[in-house]
Design a protein around this ligand. Structure first.
Ligand SMILES: Cc1cc2nc3c(=O)[nH]c(=O)nc-3n(C[C@H](O)[C@H](O)[C@H](O)COP(=O)(O)OP(=O)(O)OC[C@H]3O[C@@H](n4cnc5c(N)ncnc54)[C@H](O)[C@@H]3O)c2cc1C
Ligand SMILES: NC(=O)c1ccc[n+]([C@@H]2O[C@H](COP(=O)([O-])OP(=O)(O)OC[C@H]3O[C@@H](n4cnc5c(N)ncnc54)[C@H](OP(=O)(O)O)[C@@H]3O)[C@@H](O)[C@H]2O)c1
Length: 492
């Protein structure tokens, strides 16, 4: 690593001149005179948390400069690599992120893995403040025997595969089996079930990768079980996503009315969103469908079902031991009530034959760097309102701050809060006072380490290439999957 030394930097005579405000105002930039410094702020990660943090900082401080460092060559995190291809409207947030990136006080530096190419300490030396917004890139392990067998995948990898995440492009899941089991009952589980069961011709006009589309066209998967360790009242998916499953063309739901006995009374006190979700589940499970819907279900060639009170215990191997052929589930009962109830095994088990097991029990953040505190149990960077505990000048936002739950708007609200806190600290004089070199120093360091960075205008060239490749296929884009090819296209 190159020595850390900013002696050559010409602004060493700068002093801290953050003035206390006599007026209450949101715009901190109003408090600076012309000779006052530009706060150099760095954001790690270019998903919703990174971009919303940057947007808020730029809006509420008229001089702040924000650099976004991203490990992938391309921006937008889970908006590109997580959100399902058949939900294009969700990806419209990219337009807002692009506006932020176009600000002359914002710069995107792709292909930089913080913790590997540059340390957090080096970033802290170069900037007045660093915000960690690096998401939750790992998956929760099942920790059961057989998890490593071929035929078992994390939903994270499966989603990455159909969404063109470079590291998952070789996944090639074998879809030649009749039955798939998805473990977990959150929205990711429903995304994965929907992609497995949607007639491929309905996906042709989306940005799903051609490789995934080809595999789904050949798929023989007819039945998908979505398995939860708790009951219907505790499902983690939401009503819009459930409705999409119920209405999925060529597919029928398999819900056991017995699972819903007594639920009608118990949902009376539930909060409105859960009550509406339960009412839809109850109607679908227990009411006789109308003539049209009954005919639609009768002609369906594929089916999905929810299984409750079943906790994964072991992936069962095929007779030759070479791949998964089923899953052993521990039958559970609930201890406690409502959301806080816990699934405990009754001692009974049930074996469910299947050729594909997709574990969708949540994502998980990784520690980024030994200098940054990390809570392995909660999987977050320990923080107070976004201030990283015991590390002045270091902040966090998004999934790495709160844990891997919440939709894009939740992440937006949370990121705005972190930005507010940072601006408060800046105004109160709690951040380093002297000048900071920002990206000039970091890019110099990266150059000395042979790291070639991708700018936002580079991304726009890749974007144009993807859109052009998509046009020939009748799709909004065909994603580039190979980082080497991307770098070549950029002339490297
Ligand atoms: C499969 C899936 C589908 C979803 N669908 C929806 C949906 O339809 N609607 C909705 O509202 N919400 C959806 N969500 C939730 C939404 O994606 C999250 O709320 C949001 O993406 C969290 O933002 P984030 O910025 O914290 O994390 P991320 O989006 O994961 O962004 C983190 C970024 O940090 C980068 N990074 C990681 N490590 C480093 C490092 N060391 N150095 C530099 N950069 C790094 C990553 O490459 C990534 O770009 C979905 C989530 C998943 C998992
Ligand atoms: N369309 C959308 O808006 C959309 C799409 C995808 C994702 N998202 C959001 O992204 C976030 C992440 O979604 P997610 O589905 O990954 O997570 P999630 O909503 O937290 O759901 C995780 C599921 O896994 C189960 N689970 C956890 N640990 C388990 C274990 N050890 N054994 C068995 N089951 C286990 C949970 O059950 P318990 O409740 O019993 O723990 C729950 O059913 C959510 O906030 C989601 O809403 C939104």
């Amino acid at each position: 690593m190159a020595p850390r030394c900013w002696r050559w930097w010409p602004w060493s005579s700068w002093t801290r001149t953050w003035l206390p405000s006599s007026r209450s105002t949101q715009n901190f930039g109003q408090h600076f005179s012309t000779q006052e410094q530009t706060p150099q702020i760095c954001v790690v990660g270019s998903g919703p948390a990174g971009f919303y943090t940057a947007q808020h900082l730029l809006k509420h401080h008229s001089r702040a400069h924000v650099d976004i460092y991203e490990k992938q060559l391309v921006p937008f995190g889970l908006v590109r690599f997580g959100v399902a291809p058949d939900h294009p409207e969700v990806k419209n947030v990219i337009n807002t992120f692009t506006q932020t990136a176009h600000s002359d006080r914002c710069a995107f530096h792709g292909n930089v893995e913080v913790g590997r190419d540059v340390t957090v300490q080096e970033l802290r030396d170069a900037y007045h403040a660093v915000v960690l917004s690096y998401g939750a890139e790992d998956h929760q392990a099942l920790d059961i025997p057989g998890e490593e067998l071929p035929g078992v995948f994390s939903a994270r990898a499966f989603v990455g595969w159909y969404n063109g995440l470079p590291e998952n492009r070789e996944l090639a899941p074998d879809l030649s089996c009749d039955t798939a089991v998805i473990l977990g009952q959150g929205n990711v589980a429903l995304d994965v079930a929907r992609i497995l069961l949607t007639p491929p011709e309905h996906l042709e006009k989306t940005d799903i990768t051609e490789a995934a589309l080809g595999a789904l066209r050949q798929s023989r998967v007819k039945t998908v079980w979505i398995v939860g360790r708790r009951g219907p009242l505790q499902v983690a998916f939401t009503i819009k996503e459930l409705r999409e499953m119920i209405q999925l063309p060529g597919t029928r739901p398999m819900l056991d009315p017995a699972d819903f006995l007594g639920l009608q009374d118990r949902i009376k006190e539930a909060a409105r969103p859960r009550k509406r979700l339960m009412e839809l589940l109850l109607r679908t499970a227990t009411e006789k469908p109308g003539v049209e819907e009954a005919a639609r279900r009768a002609s369906a060639s594929r089916a999905w079902g929810l299984r409750f009170f079943r906790s994964p215990q072991q992936v069962l191997p095929s007779p030759d031991g070479r791949r998964a052929s089923g899953i052993r589930l521990a039958v559970t009962r609930l201890e406690g009530i409502g959301e806080a109830s816990r699934a405990v095994p009754t001692g009974d088990t049930e074996d469910l034959p299947c050729g594909l097991v997709l574990s969708s029990i949540g994502y998980k953040s990784r520690p980024i760097d030994p200098s940054v505190p990390f809570d392995p149990k909660l999987g977050v960077v320990p923080n107070m309102e976004g201030r990283v505990v015991d590390v002045p000048g270091l902040y966090c936002s998004g999934w790495v701050k709160r844990g891997p739950t919440g939709v894009i708007t939740t992440t937006m609200t949370d990121s705005f809060l972190t930005s507010q806190i940072l601006l408060q600290d800046l105004k109160a004089g709690h951040l380093p006072s002297g000048p900071r070199p920002g990206s000039v120093a970091i890019k110099r360091l990266l150059g000395s380490r042979g790291v070639w960075t991708v700018s936002f205008s580079d991304w726009e060239k890749l974007d144009a290439e993807e859109v052009s490749r998509g046009q020939t296929l009748g799709k909004p884009r065909e994603k580039l999957l190979d980082p080497q090819e991307m770098l070549q296209l950029l002339g490297h």
